[in-house]
Design a protein around this ligand. Sequence first.
Ligand code: NAD
Length: 448
Amino acid sequence: MAEICVLGLGYVGLPTASLLAGAGFHVMGVDINPDVVKALNQGKTNLKEAGLAMMVSAAFQSRNLVAATEPEPSHTFIICVPTPTLPDHRVDLRAVESATRSILPHLRRGNLVILESTSPVGTTRDVVGRILAESGLEPGVDFDLCYCPERVLPGNTVAELVNNDRVIGGYTTQSAEAAKAIYERFCQGKLTLTDDKTAELCKLMENTYRDVNIALANVFANICESEGIDVWKAIQNANLHPRVKILNPGPGVGGHCIPVDPWFLIQQYPQHTQLLRAARLVNDGQGVRMLDRLMETDRLRAGDKLTILGASYKADIDDPRESPAYLVADAAHARGVKVAIHDPLVVPGTYHGHPVTNDLTGALTGAAAAMLITDHKAYRSLSSRAFTDAMTGRLIADTRLALNHASLKLAGFTVLTTGIGESGEAKAEPAAPQVIITDAAKKTLSRV
Ligand SMILES: NC(=O)c1ccc[n+]([C@@H]2O[C@H](COP(=O)([O-])OP(=O)(O)OC[C@H]3O[C@@H](n4cnc5c(N)ncnc54)[C@H](O)[C@@H]3O)[C@@H](O)[C@H]2O)c1
């Protein structure tokens, strides 16, 4: 019998299961995807996360981590399954419900059930708790129930799981204490105990805060475009104020969390969330706004080809979910423009209905225009030859100020950028995000 069963072995569940195995627990990883289970039972993973492949392999060799498609009786069950939104932005809790139902036959008195999936306020008690109560056992009395959200940064998940502070929300205080005893075995951040509903709201507040603040930077960028003001300089200057920290503007937001989680609050509390809804619309409109600017030049027209550079929502990661690239591609198709999407890291395939390739030259060949969405390191070092040799047009939009504008302009390109208009100059390159494995994380890794 496993001590801990982790349900859902994706970007959150697999690193969590591996760290728990490394901390000495007997862990069963459960996933409904048999390919994930098969890979894990060979000590492998397809997820590109710093340190993860090594940790999975070590956990597998120590026999502390095995995988299956169904849970088995355990002391603790941790649910890390997806909570996406439906096309009308309502949350889709089917994976949480089915994972909870798969625990039901194995639930015993004294067990601990933890929900980690980002969820609307009340999900832990009203969805997970209610389903589990069908066993005849009462949450908070016969078994412990908790909500413990994740704050990991994709690309650096393992180190963040170890080092980040965590909020642990118990249905009862005893439930929170029980979960703390598990997390403190691998987490070196501060563990703060609260109730389940507060912890659920905390997680949604964190991502909504990011979404609204990025929308604010984008609104400033759009104002600067109409005034011919360089928004990057304006933000730098405004941030000299000791209590102001405006974020960077760009093509919008992406990933599994920031464009999704605010909708949980908007759906649940429509009367309080006009600001949140407006921020969602601003961020979702940014990439399309740039597409319109390209088309206004009349050098990208219906029938022409646009190459989108970057399908992951963030630099130097392979996660293709919810990128602004797909919103731009959808809008381009609606305007009769053909689209090719390139990404150096994303596994080639079709995402949100759009094919993504690793072949840069193929993607650029015959393009009238290109639009950079993701500031991957691989794009920062591109020479203008990469574009001139393949493209038919000389029009580029750089939503992140990642390309070498001086050399592109020398090669005859018109470069449009976020917030500084067509005539703006390229700024000094912002530092590329770094994957950091801290000493503390290294120590934990060395134990597995
Ligand atoms: N990825 C992140 O950076 C991040 C950060 C914070 C919070 N979260 C939240 O964590 C949750 C999980 O996200 P993720 O990125 O790990 O998702 P993911 O899509 O990478 O992985 C989820 C896994 O769950 C599996 N699954 C689906 N239904 C299942 C079921 N009934 N039983 C067992 N396995 C099942 C899927 O096959 C998949 O492998 C989501 O709620 C997400 O919002 C993610």
